[in-house]
Write a protein that binds this ligand. Structure first.
Ligand SMILES: NC(=O)c1ccc[n+]([C@@H]2O[C@H](COP(=O)([O-])OP(=O)(O)OC[C@H]3O[C@@H](n4cnc5c(N)ncnc54)[C@H](OP(=O)(O)O)[C@@H]3O)[C@@H](O)[C@H]2O)c1
Length: 331
């Protein structure tokens, strides 16, 4: 069967857009069609570097090009809402980087636009499509470890204070929670669903963003999750799920390798290594988008709107407890 080919466009030629573009080249049915940047020179040099056919000097011009099928939105979180809506109103499918938006309210407007325009939309939550996550789900579902009772998950690295950069700029949705805390929150959502209780301790940077966020989630069955994100110091980027008969540990060994350890207390301990031979692992989400479009879907069954909305509602709740508001949020 001949694969349908899709014309991809990149909106915002920054760091992650570079990695995503090089991963797109691994997919037979992805055509590197257009780049869009606020600067035409930047757009042209990004297009040349990665082999895109066209370069636009504005996001609006790119969205108006009828040949564009799918747009990868790779601007700071605070702009995802406007940029995704711009593209969906022009009839494009969109893959929107995490954090999906600044707030759940923005997320609901994006979902409404997707439905009104009958366009495909998905959060670019790349870890959802990693084989290591599939392994963890398979082990939990097998019952070999019994019921999960608790977990911890963290994602921390040191980002020097730079008030101009996206990470420390409140107006751009800066802070550790939306940038990297979203990964531990995602793990907790995968294992336990929605918490009934949330505690959060925050360390604010001088710019008002959360430099460190330490969270504890409680669940109706007594389960709990300890989650941390920080821009202050480096961590092991590890997730552990504690179950009745043993534990699972997920550890990133290097940017391309994840080790999943499954330990059945006093019986066995097995390591499963998931090594990415090619690319950054982002091509899996891109491939999934095209599979959904091939099937005529406007929502991904693996990462539905309901999951993304639930995640954004959780992030809202955590920020409310920690007392963090973005300048665009009304009272
Ligand atoms: N999935 C992942 O593993 C992963 C990793 C890193 C980041 N991300 C997400 O991807 C998004 C972008 O992150 P990044 O690290 O690539 O950021 P970045 O390098 O700063 O790039 C963001 C791009 O957005 C555009 N932009 C438009 N308006 C802007 C403004 N007012 N200020 C700054 N940039 C503006 C710029 O592109 P032009 O100048 O070309 O218009 C800029 O290059 C974030 O939402 C982040 O959470 C995901």
């Amino acid at each position: 069967m001949t694969l349908r080919k899709y014309n991809w466009a990149i909106l915002g030629c920054g760091k992650i857009a570079g990695k995503f573009s090089s991963d797109l080249k691994l997919l037979e049915n992805a055509q590197l069609y257009a780049t869009a940047s606020r600067s035409i020179d930047k757009s042209k040099s990004f297009a040349e570097k990665h082999g895109f056919q066209k370069a636009f000097g504005s996001y609006e011009e790119m969205a108006a090009d009828p040949a564009v099928d799918i747009v990868y939105i790779a601007t700071p979180h605070s702009l995802h809402h406007d940029h995704a809506i711009l593209c969906m109103k022009a009839g494009k499918a969109v893959l929107v980087e995490k954090a999906f938006a600044l707030t759940a309210a923005e997320t609901m407007e994006m979902i409404k636009t997707a439905r009104e325009n009958n366009t495909f939309m998905m959060e670019a939550f790349w870890t959802r499509f990693q084989p290591s996550l599939a392994k963890v789900k398979e082990v939990l579902a097998s019952g070999i470890l019994g019921k999960p009772a608790g977990m911890r998950s963290e994602f921390c690295f040191h980002a020097p204070l730079n008030p101009e950069g996206r990470l420390y700029n409140l107006a751009l949705g800066g802070g550790s929670l939306l940038d990297i805390g979203i990964y531990p929150v995602f793990w907790a959502q995968q294992v336990f669903g929605v918490p009934s209780d949330i505690k959060a301790i925050v360390d604010l940077a001088p710019t008002g963003v959360d430099r460190t966020m330490a969270m504890t989630f409680g669940y109706p069955g007594g389960e709990f999750a300890q989650l941390t994100s920080s821009l202050a110091g480096c961590s092991d980027t590890q997730t552990e799920i504690w179950c009745e008969k043993g534990f699972i540990r997920v550890r990133k060994i290097d940017p391309w390798t994840v080790k999943v350890t499954v330990s059945v207390k006093e019986v066995s301990e097995d390591d499963f290594i998931f090594h990415q031979e090619n690319g950054f692992g982002l091509f899996l989400e891109a491939q999934h988008v095209m599979e959904c479009l091939d099937a005529g879907l406007s929502e991904s069954p693996s990462l539905p709107f309901s999951f993304t909305l639930q995640q954004m509602q959780l992030l809202d709740r955590i920020r409310e407890i920690a007392g963090i508001r973005y300048p665009t949020e009304s009272d």
